[in-house]
Design a protein around this ligand. Sequence first.
Ligand code: F6R
Ligand code: MG
Ligand code: MG
Length: 372
Amino acid sequence: MAEKTTLSAIKADVGSIAGHQVVHPDVIEAARASLKEAVSLGVIEDFYVATAGDDLQLLMTHRRGVDNPKVHETAWLTFQRGTEVAKELHLYGAGQDLLVDAFSGNVRGLGPGSAEIEMVERPSEPVAIFMMDKTEPGAFNLPIFRIFADPFNSAGLVIDTAMHMGFRFEVWDIEEHRRIFLNCPEQMYDLLAFIGTKGRFVIKRVYARSNKVPKDEPIACISTDKLSQIAGKYVGKDDPVGIVRAQSGLPGMGEILEAWAWPFLVSGWNRGSHNGPLMVVGQKDNRTARFDGPPRCFGLGFQIANATLVKPPVDLFDDPSFEPARRQAAELADYMRRHGPFEPHRLPMDEMEYTTMPELMEKHKGKWEDVR
Ligand code: F6R
Ligand code: MG
Ligand code: MG
């Protein structure tokens, strides 16, 4: 049997310049040095250090499978090294996503986010990695649904025999810590009923139903770590990362990109407490600005070959065909901002990551008059 390859995308915000904007080049350098060491020690096969706004993204290939303690420890130590540099430079929020002092076997639950796929490499293995800043894991629900289940997005669902039988979705209920599997197209409406509530039900993985890849092998995986739930209080963002495999009976790269040509609304933005449009960006606009946003998505395309990442990657959204989406996102940002502190720009009370409500309730306790 062919040796399997694992692609791991593990990310954390370990500090940024100026405020919550971008990762400092010295932090990126420290991460590269750390992962280079991991290659020479034989822990991982290859890597690419990317960023998404203020998040450091470690993209690694290896032979050790998902949730591997050595790989996760490598990521953790790399984030720690980045944190040291961030502290020296007094970068903002140095070490903010490392919620505990000691690593214990797996980064899940410790602060960083991770998306990993173990696969039998196809003869040619194109992948896209999408990295979002200033939003939450559920922001992936809409584009992932459209890529794998919407025939108006992905032509292959109608005219490619392998895609025509549809895809299988693994959805996590991140409040009740349980999951469900739903097949499209038959259970599409059930799926939508859940994933429309994107703060609670999030697409974790997608599987093919054809024989183009093994049935138990994910073709897409999204990080679903929610920092606020891990710590039980606001400690930072839960900006997600997602991996999508492309072509040959799976959605083509063009169909995968098509899902982002329209700026849908996501939760996050300033203080993790606002709805706003997701703006897809190339490397040159890979940072947040206005009102700490609008929320961004940066994408890189690779080929995987014998557990290495063929470089340089493609800057997936650096294309004039995405200009209208960016322009529309900027216009929508304007529109949403004019609501100021009002919903639906500001999130509903129980979804806000910053709130003064408990203090206000206390302050005005006893002043409320009964109107029944
Ligand atoms: C952070 C983020 C920002 C901050 C905001 C306030 O990822 O989304 O919008 O929440 O800039 O940050 P503090 O409280 O650190 O000054
Ligand atoms: Mg930050
Ligand atoms: Mg971030």
